[in-house]
Design a protein around this ligand. Structure first.
Ligand code: 7TS
Length: 401
């Protein structure tokens, strides 16, 4: 039996197979306990009160910032901005850095594998500044050739924004190599870490990331809290994204000066409870250890892909190598719409994602209107994989073939 399952209240007393971990991960009781403890001992508005509860709330909030900074190898805690999620983090970079720095003749380079969160903000910047949006196209297995990278990332590039791990292909992109190219041409490197942070150790310095975004809920934290890491010098020269309370230094009737980073980017009352929960999720994940996470995912993914390969009507997307999937297996069953597959699996208490996975340009590129996706995490088990493969083998029959 998987030793971690007992920590997850949602798995107790049912036979649900949860294979939609790339959408959101489940939460161990330790995370909820940390949030309850904050609530019961010092819930007050952080960063402004002069009384004990508010001071304590501020301390917990800043300790969570420190935990997040350590987690991704940021040099300074002030390089960590709490946001709602990856989407908001990427929008912050687009609205603040993108709109103020880019213009006609500049280029923003992204890939066709991006989640919509790493496409739409750049479309907006492109529309508003006249900068051109340039796409990197991968090979069948999700990897980029050196020629593709070198041809697309040129002196015109001002921003290169790439997903660290694809939420559809599962492939880990060579961020360091892309960042070196971006920097050689004077561009900043933005990394969407939504799908990497739950699965692999991240060090923003080693990756060469100037900005790095991730979500708490995908690594077992609560929904509504995310992180934007930004290099200190860049954050200091950027204009605020949202304005209002707590992000100011002085305000007069018609003007204002802004607080130092990170406060400059955290307008309004912050999500301290969420930050505390995220910090506990990080501690929990580090307690499990990335070696265990990776080893379990690889073992389960291999079993799952080998199982699906025995079913002739199943098409698998991405690399042939299960070790290159980060636990994400995207597939289709001939003649079956993925929505029907997911719906019929639900009747068997199996949860997967079906549709375009917020990556419509990628679906078009793959020539698939939509796909089904199973995404695993370290708390899943071999018997779940076996039950899943058995069910997939019956889907066509259930759907009337
Ligand atoms: N970037 C990637 C690579 C993602 O996979 C997701 C969410 C996001 C950004 C957005 O994260 P959010 O927390 O701001 O919503 N991906 C998915 C998914 O694959 N299924 O549901 C959500």
């Amino acid at each position: 039996m998987n030793p971690y399952r007992k920590d997850f209240p949602i798995f107790q007393g049912n036979d649900v197979i949860y294979f939609d971990n790339a959408a959101t991960a489940q939460r161990p009781y330790q995370v909820m306990e940390a949030m309850r403890e904050f609530n019961d001992s010092c819930n007050a508005n952080p960063l402004r009160g002069l009384y004990e509860w508010s001071v304590l709330a501020t301390e917990r909030y800043e300790a969570a910032r420190h935990t997040a900074a350590q987690f991704i190898g940021a040099k300074n805690d002030s390089e960590i901005i709490f946001t709602r999620n990856t989407t908001e983090s990427l929008n912050l970079v687009a609205y603040s850095y993108g709109l103020s720095k880019l213009g006609e003749g500049d280029e923003i380079v992204i890939s066709i594998m991006e989640h919509h969160s790493n496409i739409l903000p750049w479309q907006m910047v492109s529309r508003n500044t006249g900068a051109k949006l340039v796409y990197l196209y991968p090979q069948q297995d999700g990897t980029f050739t050196d020629e593709e990278l070198e041809e697309k990332i040129t002196d015109r590039a001002k921003i290169v924004s790439i997903g660290h791990v694809s939420n559809v292909m599962g492939v880990t992109n060579p961020v360091r190599k892309i960042a070196d190219l971006a920097h050689a041409h004077g561009a900043v490197m933005v990394v969407d870490g939504a799908q990497s942070t739950p699965h692999i150790p991240v060090n923003v310095e080693e990756l060469g990331a100037d900005f790095f975004a991730f979500s708490g809920h995908k690594l077992m934290g609560p929904m509504g809290i995310g992180v934007l890491y930004g290099r200190q010098e860049l954050l200091e020269e950027m204009p605020p994204f949202l304005t209002g309370g707590e992000m100011i230094e002085y305000v007069t009737q018609y003007d204002a000066t802004y607080a130092e980073v990170p406060a400059k980017f955290e307008a309004g009352t912050v999500n301290a409870t969420g930050a505390v929960g995220l910090a506990e999720a990080i501690r929990y994940l580090e307690g499990v250890g990335f070696d265990t996470v990776t080893e379990t995912e690889k073992r389960l993914t291999r079993r799952l892909m080998e199982g699906l390969r025995t079913i002739p009507e199943v098409t698998l997307y991405g690399s042939e190598d299960p070790d290159k999937h980060s636990g994400i297996v995207t597939f289709n069953i001939e003649g079956c719409h993925p929505h029907d597959v997911a719906t019929v699996l639900d009747t068997e208490h199996i949860d997967i994602r079906a549709g375009h996975h917020c990556a419509q340009p990628l679906m078009k590129f793959l020539g698939a209107g939509s796909t089904a996706r199973a995404s695993l995490y370290f708390y899943n088990t071999e018997s779940e994989v076996d039950r899943f493969v058995e069910a997939i083998g019956k889907v066509r029959h259930w759907l009337g073939y």
